[in-house]
Design a protein around this ligand. Structure first.
Ligand code: HEC
Length: 101
């Protein structure tokens, strides 16, 4: 069920160009950014509290997350307005809320 919702949400974005213009305010914490920009698609993994990703251990580092946020993918939008400290903070937050696959 979750997968279906995720794919439906992404299909809409694919058609609209795959850019998300979310812009964090200067006072936004990492958690604010994650809630505002990521949680619409990335829900907690079923049965786990506050864990959003299962990532292969060789990719589970802050650089991988930052790159994903800046570059997106075919189905995940990129976030050109999340930069600098905000990008670092939300990458670290997402990393801390992930587990090895
Ligand atoms: C419109 C929906 C959507 C939003 C918003 C979104 N993502 Fe994603 N994200 C996806 C989809 C779909 C995938 C799986 C496909 C892929 O890897 O590109 C994904 C994959 C990822 C992955 C890779 C997971 C893996 O197993 O390799 C990371 C990391 C990630 N997202 C982080 C984020 C972060 C951080 C944000 C917020 C800044 C965010 N995403 C916002 C849809 C979204």
């Amino acid at each position: 069920m979750k997968k279906v919702l995720l794919l439906t949400a992404s299909a809409g974005l694919l058609l609209s160009g795959c850019i998300n213009d979310y812009t964090p305010s200067a006072a936004a914490t990492a958690e604010d950014i994650f809630k505002g920009a990521c949680m619409e698609c990335h829900e907690a993994i079923e049965g786990k509290d506050n864990i959003y990703y299962e990532i292969a251990s060789n990719k589970r580092n802050a650089d991988f997350f930052a790159k994903k946020i800046s570059s997106g993918s075919l189905i995940m939008p990129k976030f050109p307005n999340i930069t600098g400290d905000g990008l670092k903070a939300v990458s670290q937050y997402a990393l801390e809320h992930s587990v090895n696959k």
